[in-house]
Design a protein around this ligand. Sequence first.
Ligand SMILES: NC(=O)c1ccc[n+]([C@@H]2O[C@H](COP(=O)([O-])OP(=O)(O)OC[C@H]3O[C@@H](n4cnc5c(N)ncnc54)[C@H](OP(=O)(O)O)[C@@H]3O)[C@@H](O)[C@H]2O)c1
Length: 290
Amino acid sequence: MTTFLVTGANGKLGRHVTQLLLEANAGTVIAASRDTAKLADLAAKGAELRRADFDDPASLAEAFKGVDRLLIIATDSLGSGQRLRQHKAAVAAAKAAAVGHIVYTSMVKPETSAVTFAGDHLGTEEAIKATGVPYTLLRNSSYQENLFLSLPSALKSGQWYSSAGDGRIPYIAHADCARAAAAALIKAPLNQTLTLTGPELLTTQEIAAQASEATGKPLAVIPVTDEQLAEGMAHAGLPEAIIPMVVSLDTNTRQGGFDILTDDVEALTGRKPSPLKAFLDANASALMAS
Ligand SMILES: NC(=O)c1ccc[n+]([C@@H]2O[C@H](COP(=O)([O-])OP(=O)(O)OC[C@H]3O[C@@H](n4cnc5c(N)ncnc54)[C@H](OP(=O)(O)O)[C@@H]3O)[C@@H](O)[C@H]2O)c1
């Protein structure tokens, strides 16, 4: 019987992937987290619990014992300067524990990306390849759910400031990333780099039009430069430390850094990824309320 381990099982993605593995009856499922006390619901459904903290290599050596297939979920320590070190610790522990296959949640086109944290993903991909352990790299596009960070205030004011120009993004549903990750663990495509995208590439203008249609509220895209965007964010009170990261997402969009469409989700899961309009329709009230 195959033994699976999902790191970060208390995160949204980790929790969903763990649930899917349990539902699939695919083998022994281990849910790992910095705090296993938060995973009681997963234990009740049949998951084994182990403590795994990428900042505590001893916990990883214990956690990864006997694991055949490991999902390393990128940490949320964006901009901390610690993330690549954390990921490398997990990769080294996987190699030392003789894990049979590593799946990793990366990002789209990290080699050429303008996004400030792209190096964390590229460095992790390289570290995984260097181990010689069989791997599947899942390059996740931007989650549709990320739009909760920008659309609510834009819908409130009717204006969406953007330096993304005509750049396009294939927004993907978080649930499609989870289904693809569970399928990648079960099928273990050998040494493949897959890019998980939604079904369509959309410009900011097109997203605004869809959001407007879903909510019934007018929404105009106001094109600005990266510098103006950063100034506006500072003015709105966004912490200085995260402004370059947020602006880099628009820069990368404008430069085509997210512009890629694949069939990899359907190939892995057997179903087409959900379109952005379905997300916007389902969340119209929440987007206007937040
Ligand atoms: N593609 C995108 O648009 C997009 C958007 C947002 C985030 N992401 C990335 O995708 C990941 C999963 O997304 P999500 O929605 O599940 O995010 P989330 O709910 O915010 O989860 C954060 C994750 O980071 C893990 N983590 C933090 N510090 C850790 C450490 N020291 N050791 C091990 N794990 C650690 C957490 O694990 P525990 O709490 O269980 O220990 C948890 O799984 C994020 O962490 C981020 O890297 C991608």
